[in-house]
Write a protein that binds this ligand. Structure first.
Ligand code: OOG
Ligand code: NI
Length: 476
C-alpha cells in the first residue's frame, strides 16, 4: 500500500479547517460579521424551538449539524490565469465550479460561478461555497483605461509561491498530509486577506472607480480580498428586522422569493459595505468600500420547470418595489407568487422541486417484500406510508439576487455604464440543454474546465435516493 496515500487527510477535512480559519480572519477584520454570526445563531435557536417540523426536516436531511459551520463568501478575480489557479486551489478543498452566472445583463461587469462541494456527504460535513466572479475588462468602454487596468492586473501575483507548490503536491499525491494541510490553509488564506494599501495612485483609482466601482475594487489591490461571509439563517425576515438593532445598515429589501410556508431556493439580505481607509501608491490617503455582511435562508431546490416559473414570476414583480419597505414588498411578491404551490406534495407532483426519498419505519419493516413486478409505483409507496419525500436544499445562487447584492454595495447610481453584449441576454444562467453562450465558453476556457450543471446534481441525488430506498423493498 502507498504510505503517502494513507497519510493523506480528506478534502472535507481541509475545507473544514479552511472555512473556520477564513471565518476567524473575517471576524477579526470586520467585527460586525461576528455580531451577525451571533444574531443568526440566536434567531436559529428560537426558530428551531418554535418550528419543530422544520427542525425535524433539517435533522433527517443531515443539515442540523452543518448549520453552525454553514456559510458562503465571495471574491472577484481579475484575469483568466487567476481563475484557472483558483479552480486548482479550491479543488484541494473539495470544491468544484458549479453553475454559470452572467451578471453583465444586470449592469455588473462580471460573470461568475460558485465553487462548492458536490456530493451529499461532503455537503453534509461543510457546504462552504465561494461565489467567484471574473471581471470582464472588455466591458470598460474607455480603451486607455482598459489597457491600464489590464497592465496592472498582469503585474500582480495573488498566490504565494508556497501555496502553488502545495497545490502541485496535492495534484501529484492525490491529497495532502495533515502538516501539509495546515500549511496550505495558512498560505491559501493570504490570497483572501484585506489590503489597506493600493497598487495604484489615487488618480488612477478614481478614474477606474468612475468607470465602475467594481473595476477599481478588482484592479487596484494586490489580491481578491474576501468581500463577505454569509451565515445561513432559518428566519431571514426576523433576522432582517433585528439587524438595525445591532448597528447594521440593512439592505431595504430581501432578495429572492417571498416568505412562504415551504421555502424555495434562496432568500438573501446584506448590510452595507463599510468605508475603509486606503493608502495609495503615491502616498495619498483615501477610502474604498468593498466588505459587507450578508445572511441567507435556503429552501427547496427547484427543477428546471420550477425555476422557469420562479423566473417568470420574479420578472413580473420587477420594478414594482420602488419606495416599498420589506414588509410591503413581501406582501406584493407573495401575491404575485400565489400561483406557485406552497405545499411539498404539490411541488413534487407538479415536478417543480427535487426531493430526497427515504423509507419510513413502515418501509423498513417491509424490507424484501416485493419483486420488480409487484413493486408499487412511487405515489403508492408514498400513500401507503412506506416512503417519505423531503425537499432537497438549494445549494446554489440566483443571478438576479446576486446582482441586487452587488448593487446595494456599490451605489446603484454607478451601475448603468457597462452593458451586456446581445448574445448573453439570457435570464436563466444554467444552460441545461441549451448551448452555452459565448461568454460562458470564454469563462470555461479561463477556468480550464466546464462548469457543472447544478440541475444535473440535484436530479442525480434524487434518483439515487429513490433507487436506494426501493432496493431495500425488493427481495434480495
Ligand atoms: C458577490 C455578490 C453576490 C450572493 O450571495 O449572491 C453574492 C460579490 O459582491 O462579489 O454574494
Ligand atoms: Ni453572498
Amino acid at each position: 500500500m502507498n504510505s503517502q496515500l494513507t497519510a493523506c487527510v480528506t478534502t472535507d477535512h481541509i475545507r473544514d479547517l479552511f472555512s473556520s480559519a477564513m471565518s476567524a480572519m473575517y471576524q477579526a477584520e470586520v467585527p460586525l460579521y461576528g455580531a451577525l454570526l451571533n444574531l443568526v445563531a440566536e434567531v436559529n435557536q428560537a426558530t428551531l424551538a418554535t418550528q419543530p417540523a422544520l427542525a425535524e426536516q433539517l435533522k433527517v436531511n443531515g443539515e442540523l449539524v452543518r448549520l453552525n459551520v454553514e456559510r458562503h463568501g465571495a471574491i472577484r478575480l481579475g484575469t483568466a490565469t487567476e481563475l484557472g489557479m483558483m479552480r486548482r486551489l479550491f479543488a484541494v478543498l473539495g470544491m468544484r465550479a458549479v453553475g454559470y452566472y452572467d451578471l453583465s445583463v444586470a449592469g455588473v461587469p462580471v460573470h461568475s460561478t460558485a465553487f462548492r462541494p458536490t456530493n451529499p456527504s461532503a455537503l453534509a460535513r461543510n457546504p462552504f461555497r465561494i461565489f467567484t466572479s471574473l471581471l470582464r475588462l472588455e466591458l470598460i468602454e474607455n480603451l486607455n483605461l482598459r489597457e491600464q487596468a489590464a497592465a496592472n492586473l498582469a503585474k500582480r501575483t495573488i498566490f504565494t509561491p508556497r501555496v502553488v507548490e502545495l497545490i502541485s503536491d496535492f495534484e501529484r499525491q492525490g491529497g495532502l498530509t495533515e502538516p501539509q494541510a495546515g500549511e496550505f490553509v495558512i498560505e491559501a488564506l493570504e490570497t483572501f486577506r484585506w489590503h489597506a494599501t493600493a497598487t495604484v495612485d489615487l488618480a488612477t483609482y478614481q478614474a477606474l472607480h468612475q468607470a465602475h466601482p467594481l473595476i477599481a475594487d478588482v484592479v487596484c489591490f494586490n489580491g481578491p480580498h474576501i468581500n463577505h461571509l454569509t451565515p445561513r439563517t432559518l428566519d431571514i425576515d426576523e433576522a432582517q428586522l433585528r439587524m438595525p438593532q445591532m448597528g447594521m445598515v440593512a439592505k431595504a429589501l430581501i432578495e429572492g422569493p417571498p416568505q412562504r410556508h415551504n421555502p424555495i431556493l434562496l432568500r438573501q439580505t446584506s448590510f452595507k459595505a463599510q468605508v475603509e481607509s486606503i493608502v495609495f501608491a503615491d502616498g495619498q490617503v483615501g477610502a474604498h468600500s468593498a466588505r459587507f455582511g450578508e445572511i441567507e435562508q435556503r429552501g427547496a431546490a427547484l427543477t428546471a420547470k420550477g425555476r422557469a416559473l420562479y423566473d417568470a414570476l420574479l420578472a413580473k414583480a420587477s420594478g414594482t418595489d420602488a419606495g416599498l419597505d420589506n414588509r410591503a414588498y413581501q406582501r406584493r411578491l407573495a401575491a404575485i407568487f400565489s400561483v406557485f404551490p406552497d405545499n411539498d406534495t404539490m411541488l413534487r407532483r407538479q415536478g417543480l422541486a427535487f426531493f430526497h426519498y427515504r423509507l419510513t419505519s413502515g418501509g423498513e419493516a417491509a424490507r424484501g417484500r416485493y419483486v420488480a413486478t409487484t413493486l408499487p409505483e412511487k405515489e403508492q409507496l408514498l400513500e401507503q406510508g412506506l416512503l417519505s419525500a423531503v425537499p432537497l436544499t438549494y445549494e446554489d445562487f440566483l443571478p438576479v439576487s446576486a446582482a441586487g447584492i452587488f448593487q446595494s454595495n456599490l451605489g446603484a447610481d454607478k451601475l448603468s455604464v457597462p452593458t451586456a453584449k446581445a448574445d448573453s441576454a439570457q435570464t436563466i444562467p444554467f444552460n441545461g440543454q441549451e448551448e452555452p453562450s459565448s461568454s460562458q465558453v470564454e469563462f470555461e476556457q479561463a477556468l480550464g474546465v466546464a462548469v457543472i450543471d447544478p440541475f444535473a446534481l440535484y436530479a442525480e441525488q434524487e434518483r439515487q435516493s429513490y433507487a436506494q430506498a426501493v432496493q431495500i423493498l425488493l427481495k434480495a
